[in-house]
Design a protein around this ligand. Structure first.
Ligand SMILES: [Zn+2]
Length: 310
């Protein structure tokens, strides 16, 4: 029997347009409203609990499950393009907690002044008088503004090589972006660990050799993962005779052996595509000195929360 109460349990709070704007996906993956938007529901307590689970957050599983719970019209949220996923995460926040989100900042002008003065007593005296403000301040951000001013993806992106290949590339998929971000996070942790490790202290050639070997392995691994990440974002490559290669194995082989300028270009271009969608700039105004400056919008995305987003 259908439970008549369930129609009242959770209703869509808002609907949003996605940066992909009806393109890029196979038929049936997303169910749009009549005006091409997707409906977003508020989080349940169970969703909120999931966001407290560090393992789910770190693996990125939380983002995917959150979208699947709050945006039921999306099937397989892991296959969403990263720009779309970011808009949905911000919209879920809006649907659950309302349109105001606070972003913290520290005024760089006041902090620089305090650094120059470099005298604790003098600084606190000036702070009491209201001449500088080095404490954390808050800007209230209107989420609706950010959801209504998103930018859209083009229908396709092509990178032309000098020797006549046309590389058709796309933003990362959410699941890939989460996977490589976690990888990157772990690699950085390892590098930091080995850098902090004082090998001179042991003064043993054996240990030095082992550490340097480990570092080499990490760097090779970073290179491999980078090549795979680029390959994941390549849909297919057109040859000068119009033949098409879409076998990922062949593409990875090409990427692994091609020159670094192409790799760097592609990496940069994919990164730019991943940033399309939400306008990420927040304008802060210091309530003490009145200076204004821009910073990244923070706090809508657990990926950003962990510093993974770059
Ligand atoms: Zn200031």
């Amino acid at each position: 029997m259908n439970n008549p109460l369930l129609a009242y349990a959770r209703r869509p709070e808002l609907s949003v347009k996605l940066p992909s704007n009806g393109k890029w996906y196979p038929d049936g993956m997303i169910k749009y409203t009549l005006n091409g938007e997707v409906e977003v529901y508020p989080m349940t307590p169970k969703d909120e609990l999931m966001l407290l689970n560090p393992d789910a957050l770190l693996s990125g599983e939380a983002n995917i499950r959150l979208i699947e719970s709050c945006v039921p019209s999306v099937k397989n949220a892991g296959d969403l393009l990263y720009p779309d996923a970011n808009v949905l995460l911000l919209a879920i926040r809006r649907a659950t907690y309302g349109k105001t989100m606070s972003n913290n900042f520290v005024c760089p002008v006041c902090s620089d002044k305090a650094l120059e003065i470099n005298d604790e007593n003098k600084i606190s005296e000036m702070e009491t008088k209201g001449e500088i403000l080095t404490e954390t301040q808050t800007t209230n951000v209107d989420i609706d503004y950010f959801l209504q001013t998103i930018s859209y993806l083009d229908e396709k992106y092509i990178y032309y090589t000098e020797d006549g290949l046309k590389i058709y590339y796309s933003p990362s998929l959410l699941k890939d972006k989460l996977y490589y971000s976690l990888m990157d996070f772990n690699n950085r942790k390892l590098i930091k660990y080995f850098r902090d490790y004082d090998i001179e202290e042991f003064n043993k050639d054996e240990i030095k050799k082992e550490v340097s070997q480990k570092m080499n392995e990490i760097y090779l691994n970073i290179n491999d993962e980078g090549n795979k990440m680029i390959t994941d974002s390549i849909r297919y490559i057109k040859l000068p005779d119009d033949g098409i290669v879409d076998d990922k194995k062949l593409i990875l082989e090409y990427i692994s052996q091609t020159k670094s300028t192409i790799i760097n270009d592609l990496h940069q271009k994919i990164k730019e595509l991943n940033d399309i969608g939400i306008n990420k700039k927040v304008e802060h105004i210091c309530k003490c000195c009145g200076n204004s400056f821009e910073e990244q919008l923070a706090g809508y995305n657990q990926v950003d929360f962990f510093g993974f987003a770059s």
